[in-house]
Design a protein. Structure first.
Length: 214
């Protein structure tokens, strides 16, 4: 093989090596960009992932002994939150009255303008029962003595430390605020006849763990 041929082969080899190097450099840059985007998205979602809402019962034998929980496991406050819980309410204080009138749906709405870092709020059904407000406008509140039966978390809207708006609903689902999602999760399958705002102070306690996500 002559010198010219060897030079050509060397040139081709050099071009090939340069092409391979360029390809892997581009792939590395793409991977780094993708990782950076994923890290940024994870950081943006970090506080929203650390906010949880649920319902449990103080007494497993009594379905009216529910407790509403709001938990912020992040090291930063949540500037604003509005959470709604779907409550089944009987039209009277007795089982007989409930059987006659049947249960109705209602929203129990919890507002907080500053949910502290690493903090859990707990609202009891007894506290909610004491805090019913007076009828306003066309809102029809249940009669005195009505029993607050089963409860479940419905949805929440909140603002994170950076001013981003989020929605939570169902069994832990969450997403940045979106009008279509909001319409879907705030449209109950059964008619909501009234709602109330909590007024009493909840039980406030430190989160068992802080800085994690669910």
């Amino acid at each position: 093989m002559g010198a010219t041929a060897l030079a050509a082969v060397a040139a081709i080899g050099g071009l090939w090596a340069q092409a391979v190097t360029t390809f892997w450099s581009q792939q590395t840059a793409k991977d780094q960009l993708r990782q950076s985007q994923e890290d940024q998205e994870k950081e943006e979602r970090a506080q929203a992932m650390a906010v949880s809402l649920w319902v449990d019962r103080a007494d497993d034998t009594d379905d009216t002994s529910w407790r509403l929980h709001i938990l912020n496991r992040s090291p930063d406050p949540v500037p604003f939150m509005q959470a709604a819980y779907l409550i089944r309410v009987g039209g009277g204080g007795s089982a007989r009255a409930l059987a006659v009138s049947g249960p109705a749906n209602a929203y129990l709405v919890v507002n907080t303008t500053r949910l502290a870092p690493c903090t859990e709020l707990v609202f009891s059904s007894k506290q909610a029962g004491r805090d019913w407000g007076s009828p306003k406008g066309e809102v029809s509140l249940p009669p005195p003595g009505s029993r607050l039966h089963s409860a479940q978390f419905a949805f929440a809207y909140f603002v994170d430390r950076d001013g981003r708006s989020w929605l939570r609903w169902g069994q832990g689902q969450f997403a940045p605020f979106d009008t279509e999602i909001w319409r879907r999760i705030t449209a109950p399958s059964e008619e909501i006849i009234w709602e109330k705002q909590t007024k009493g102070d909840p039980l406030t306690r430190s989160a068992a763990s802080c800085g994690g996500t669910d």
